[in-house]
Design a protein around this ligand. Structure first.
Ligand code: C2E
Ligand code: MG
Ligand code: MG
Length: 613
């Protein structure tokens, strides 16, 4: 770049990066034309009797016109922008004849089209002194300096433009339903607080509180059943109740449907607890809509900025996320309010990560596979089948236990495709084994939630047909689930499976809450006693009593009994002696990959040498 050219470049304003960041925050760039701005530019052209009037925003490399009269282009490079010279000027920038001004004489906007001769611009300055751009007027004829009246008019137009920009921004910061400040305002205010903190360490760090006035499904239900008008009324009512509980001069924010927040500056935990108790009571009392009381569950969470461990200053979005996570915790545990707990948050984060990657894992990148654990007949020591157990090797996190990810999947719609994946994988294996003369039934673990879906048996039937597998080559292990909702549907599906010829085992027996009544009604063929009773059966008298009575009871009711978690020869012998039919556990074999399972079978060592009699 030649020195002559360098001289003609617009000066870089002081605090330029701040200015550019501020310009972004106003969200004006590249937005459609707006009548209020166009009225101002038309007025400017008329008052100052010029062909061209512009509201120009000076961006990093360009000036972009929010409104323009008499100019066909929407933007020009910043290096030619007259307005870029006006940003730091206190007064107006007025150029009577650009050809006579060495800064502009060979500017393409002067030498070519649009042929600028006269220019007068007034900066558009925010409250903290940063100029976003200018309002300017342009003529293709040289003109004498502005009269004092004209100068005043241009300054007034600049103030009007700025007032409109601010008003526009304020509206963008309000929630349309409650007119409370919205999430953007929350983040901007939290940022401002963080800046104050950085400037003056004596400033209190502040506490962010998030209130979920209803669980998201409840809010969706409210909208669906009673309509948006009711949901809006609910939010307005919540806002009123919460606001009544807040300390003076505390701003309430409306972040998203049924979610509110505020920032407390005082750090006294006693005050905070009292405030949160009041809010909790206020949002829990039923909302009345046309005489109908509507109760929702609510959650309140808070985080002190100083509680978030961070190397760099805590971002406000992170503050909000932490408080929201605490509110979620409160909703889940039904506690009136919860403080942010980093450990729980990390667990929730991991759960989210796992669920997100489970879909990809099911898409078949070799992350999921099945292991097979033998089951043996305790009287004959012969292998009578195998349990299929799902294995997941996550590309970053390594092996993940099904005890961790299956319950997570059960809480989402993912459980259905996951079960389908497992059944498909097992049927492929079973078909393969049968072809090779290995005719052992394989048990598949399913969730009660699978059975609640109404078409489970149909799907199984279709899969059996697709894989050319007979129904009695597999069976299902079902665990009682706290999440189970439609017990009648579960029983219907179990009966249909039985009619197809598929046997059903009750897994983890003894751990559920209603184990006995469950045993009376459920259409199952076998009971699998949970491993926690078996592992130390040889020594624990209470376990022995439990297991002995379970074996007798199950036999009396016509079930076969299998013990899982057989780890020692003593346990094996004890179970056989007390009439337990089958056993499964590390003593016999760990879960094995298919090829290793075949080797194990071929070795024929169903009964460990240590307990050969
Ligand atoms: P489960 O169905 O009760 O399976 C038995 C679990 O005990 C398995 O753990 C097995 O590896 C382990 N185990 C077997 N013998 C012993 C032993 O002698 N000692 C000890 N300490 N443990 C033993 P795994 O494979 O980690 O599976 C955990 C649970 O995850 C399963 O419990 C089952 O509820 C669930 N699960 C596993 N695979 C699937 C699946 O394909 N679908 C569904 N829905 N759930 C599955
Ligand atoms: Mg099982
Ligand atoms: Mg079990």
């Amino acid at each position: 770049m030649t020195p002559a050219k360098a001289k003609r470049l617009p000066p870089v304003p002081v605090r330029e990066e701040d200015r550019l960041a501020m310009l972004q925050r106003y969200e004006l760039l590249d937005t459609p034309a707006e009548a209020a701005f166009d009225q101002i530019t038309r007025l400017a052209a008329k008052l100052l009797k010029v062909p061209v009037a512009l509201i120009s925003l000076v961006d990093r490399d360009r000036q972009w016109f929010k409104s323009r009269v008499g100019l066909p282009v929407q933007e020009t490079p910043r290096e030619y922008a007259f307005c870029a010279h006006a940003l730091d000027s206190e007064a107006l920038l007025v150029i009577g004849d650009a050809r006579q001004d060495e800064r502009f004489a060979d500017n393409p906007l002067v030498t070519g089209d649009p042929n600028i001769r006269f220019y007068a611009g007034a900066p558009l300055r925010t409250a903290d002194g940063l100029a976003l751009g200018t309002i300017c007027v342009i003529d293709d004829q040289p003109r004498p300096p502005l009269t004092p009246e004209e100068e005043e008019a241009l300054r007034d137009l600049s103030a009007m433009t700025m007032a409109h920009i601010e008003a526009r921004r304020a509206v963008g910061y309000l929630h349309p339903v409650t007119s409370l400040s919205n999430r953007f305002r929350f983040l901007a205010d939290a940022d401002a607080l963080a800046d104050a903190l950085a400037d003056d360490p004596a400033t209190l760090p502040g506490t962010a509180v998030v209130i979920d006035a209803a669980a998201s499904q409840q809010y969706a239900e409210l909208t669906r059943v009673l309509g948006q008008v009711c949901a809006d009324a609910f939010e307005v009512d919540c806002a009123r109740r919460i606001a009544a509980c807040l300390p003076d001069r505390t701003r309430l924010y409306h972040l998203s449907p049924a979610r509110f927040a505020f920032i407390l500056l005082s750090d006294g935990d006693g005050d905070l607890a009292a405030t949160l108790d009041r809010i909790s009571a206020a949002v829990r009392s039923p909302f009345q809509y046309q005489g109908v009381p509507i109760a929702t569950s609510s959650g309140i969470g808070f985080v002190h900025r100083s509680d978030i461990a961070a190397e760099s200053p805590v971002e406000s979005v992170e503050l909000l996320r932490a408080a929201t996570s605490a509110a979620h915790q409160s909703l889940e545990t039904q506690k009136p309010w919860c403080a942010y707990d980093e450990e729980q948050d990390r667990a929730a984060h991991r759960a989210f990560l796992l669920l997100r990657s489970l879909t990809e894992a099911m898409d078949g990148h070799g992350q999921l596979h099945m292991a097979y654990q033998p089951k043996v007949d305790l009287r004959t020591d012969r292998c009578i089948g195998a349990e299929a157990l799902l294995r997941w090797t996550h590309p970053e996190l390594g092996p993940i236990s099904p005890a961790e990810f299956v319950p997570l999947a059960e809480r989402t719609a993912l459980v259905r495709p996951l079960t389908e994946w497992v059944i498909g994988a097992v049927l492929t294996q079973v078909a393969h084994w049968r072809q090779r003369g290995i005719d052992l039934p394989v048990s598949i673990n399913i969730s009660m939630l699978d059975l609640g879906s109404g078409d489970f048996t149909d799907r199984v039937e279709a899969l059996l047909a697709r894989h050319d597998v007979q129904a009695d080559w597999i069976d299902f292990e079902v665990t009682e689930s706290a999440l189970m909702t439609d017990r009648a549907e579960v029983d219907r599906q179990l009966l249909r499976l039985r009619r197809l010829g598929i046997e059903v085992e009750i897994d983890d027996f003894g751990t559920g809450q209603s184990a006995l009544s469950y045993l009376k009604d459920i259409p199952a063929t076998a009971v699998k006693i949970d491993q926690r009773f078996i592992r130390s059966i040889a020594d624990e008298r209470s376990d022995q009593i439990m297991v002995r009575s379970t074996i007798d009871l199950a036999h009396d009711l016509g079930y076969l009994v299998i013990a899982e978690g057989v780890e020692t020869a003593e346990a094996y012998d004890w179970l056989r002696l007390h009439g337990c039919d089958f056993g499964q556990g590390y003593l016999i074999s760990r879960p094995l990959a298919p090829a290793a399972f075949e080797d194990w079978l071929a070795a024929g060592a169903f009964r460990p040498a240590a307990i050969q009699v």
